[in-house]
Design a protein around this ligand. Structure first.
Ligand SMILES: NC(=O)c1ccc[n+]([C@@H]2O[C@H](COP(=O)([O-])OP(=O)(O)OC[C@H]3O[C@@H](n4cnc5c(N)ncnc54)[C@H](OP(=O)(O)O)[C@@H]3O)[C@@H](O)[C@H]2O)c1
Length: 263
């Protein structure tokens, strides 16, 4: 297949950050197909290697990259290198960290808060901007952020995580307004609980838990349909409608009573 025959909707080259994670790996496996270029970013070299082998066995051309997203400058340089080699049609910003205030502490650890802001917000925003800068002159491209339903709530036990995802959601919305008319599709994905190492670290219930394979399938459909925002599973979508009707005082009373612990 040559360049001329590739339609605008064809996703020929895809970059996934957090490809070594529960959701990212499932996305990579499902996107892998003959001739497609997958640029897979993660930190864990062993998981990157295993995933690359699997995606190659499905016929994809795979470029794994071991990278730490706390270094935003390095991430930008890597992005420019990858996009120069294989102009990207889709970038999925999936890498993320979660943290919960340690038991008995009045705050989160400041070092964790800094790292979380870099990995969950600062670097994805910089990468999305770099992607749009390259995609706009090409007149097409898709940028997808993996946020969280946590971004819609002021979680007192996880202010860094919830605010990083809130920031990402606001950025995605602004970017969609700015870049949409230039033919860049921006999608914000906001999952509830997905069965991955991230949520497995939580103690207690994970209501409406979604398997990672199903999450990947839902995310791919939302991206294919150019959804503006996709919240899943559905009870969290319903909650989003219902909670908007709550007076602020009731909302704060409920949120301040929620507690969570991690292993
Ligand atoms: N699981 C859930 O319930 C849930 C719910 C809502 C939203 N999300 C969001 O979904 C996304 C994927 O999470 P997941 O559930 O798949 O979690 P996960 O299995 O823990 O995967 C997290 C991914 O982020 C990468 N990552 C973490 N810190 C990094 C850093 N400093 N530099 C580069 N990469 C880094 C990890 O890389 P290595 O493993 O190679 O270190 C891994 O690939 C995250 O943005 C998360 O916030 C998850």
């Amino acid at each position: 297949m040559n360049e001329v025959s590739i339609g605008r909707s064809e996703l020929r080259s895809i970059l996934i950050t957090g490809a070594t994670g529960g959701i990212g790996a499932e996305l990579a496996k499902r996107y892998a197909k003959p001739g497609r270029i997958l640029i897979l970013w993660g930190r864990n070299t062993e998981r990157l290697q295993q995933l690359s082998t699997f995606c190659c066995s499905k016929g994809a051309i795979v470029l794994p990259r071991q990278i730490d997203l706390t270094d935003g400058e390095a991430a930008l340089a890597a992005f420019h290198e990858d996009d120069t080699q294989y102009p990207l049609d889709l970038i999925i910003l999936g890498a993320g960290l979660s943290d919960i205030q340690p038991e008995g502490c009045a705050t989160e650890r400041p070092e964790s808060a800094l790292k979380l802001a870099q990995v969950n917000y600062a670097t994805p925003v910089a990468l999305a901007t770099a992607a749009a800068e390259r995609m706009i002159p090409r007149e097409h491209g898709k940028i997808s952020f993996i946020g969280s339903v946590a971004g819609y709530y002021e979680l007192p036990f996880a202010p860094s995580y919830s605010s990083s995802k809130a920031g990402l959601a606001r950025f995605a919305e602004a970017a969609r307004l700015g870049w949409g008319p230039k033919n860049i599709q921006v999608t914000l994905i906001a999952p509830g609980f997905v069965d991955t190492p991230m949520s497995q670290r939580l103690e207690g219930d994970r209501p409406f838990l979604v398997p990672a394979e199903k999450a990947a399938r839902l995310i791919m459909t939302a991206i294919a349909k150019n959804k503006r925002e996709y919240i899943f599973p559905w009870p969290f979508r319903a909650l989003r409608v219902w909670e908007r009707l709550l007076p602020r005082i009731a909302r704060e009373a409920i949120l301040s009573k929620i507690d969570a612990k991690q292993k």
